[in-house]
Design a protein around this ligand. Sequence first.
Ligand code: Q9C
Ligand code: ZN
Length: 376
Amino acid sequence: MSGAPLNHHHPFVQCRVTETCSSGDNRLMRTYFNTEHALHRGQKEMFRGEMVPCFEVPDRVDFVLKELRHRKLGPVETPEPASLDVLARTHQPRYLDFLANAWSDWVALDPANAQRDAFPSYWPIRTFRSDVVPDSFHARMGLFSFDAGTPLTSGTWVAARAGAGCALAGADRLIDGDRAAFALTRPPGHHAGADFFGGYCFLNNAAIAAQALRDGGAKRVAVLDIDYHHGNGTQAIFYARGDVFFTSIHGDPRTEYPYFLGHADEHGEGEGLGANLNLPLPRGTEFIDWRIALAQALRGIERFGAEALVVSLGVDTFVQDPISGFRLRSENYLDVGADIAGAKLPTLFVFEGGYAVHDVGINAVNVLQGFNEAAG
Ligand code: Q9C
Ligand code: ZN
């Protein structure tokens, strides 16, 4: 990763006007693909009291990759996995330590566990302590998670770490002056907090990238989360910070996962007050209303004065998504990309949710194509 802070030849300022952005290649959008992603392959997830096949399957990103290649969006590369030091800029060391050892700890309990994924069953909810890391693996699973729908598997850590590397490589691209980049990875990231997993997420790729952009010299960074589900992890990571703006359009948490965060009255705290903008919408929302919320989010980003943008690109807003409730159509995603290009910011897209597996590629690549066409 490029660790050196940027000097006065500051690409972010130049890149606010695309035409003067000369240090990188602006015609192509580079994709950083996590070739290790299939090492994370959950068998079943807990869904309303039953174990059902996972929605978050390896096929998802393979469909996106296929569509990217078909439309010749740009080169596809695979970077190095993220180093522990860089991950620790965003995640707690005790959580990283837990994740790195979780699978061997699980199998050490019983060799037969090698054949089954690990799930939490016990959580330190209000009145319990979370400062003492328990010796019990079962207790640690609960301490570092918030739902029972996220299997931890033999390859989860390796896959997640390689994925965070993709997000970091994308951030590096922007630091080097490119107009845009795409981190194509799973497991997704936006539900993962500084010290917890959940919502199919383990390492918060978007947050890791936003932090890398800050560390690379961008004074103010915005994260725009357009996944159907509120990006509770990303919000929490930056909630008290004034240097990273978080805005999210999502299903109203009164009825939609993750239920306990994402309301419109969450504005940030301390230094971060005013740097959090939630735009919850009711289940059943159509693109015409969703797009108004997108314009509002983009206005917030402009007012904040961001120098770089990270987009948590979930396409579970699609009308046919099996676990979500918005009604966007495939062609709408071209407009989504074009609207985002209108922010005129160096932009990193980070892949998140989207479970209508056969349409995920078309929908995600439509966003990127719409962006490219509008960015010129
Ligand atoms: N199995 C993303 O889109 N589902 N995560 C709740 C429990 C959780 C979605 C039912 C949905 C998580 C990245
Ligand atoms: Zn989602």
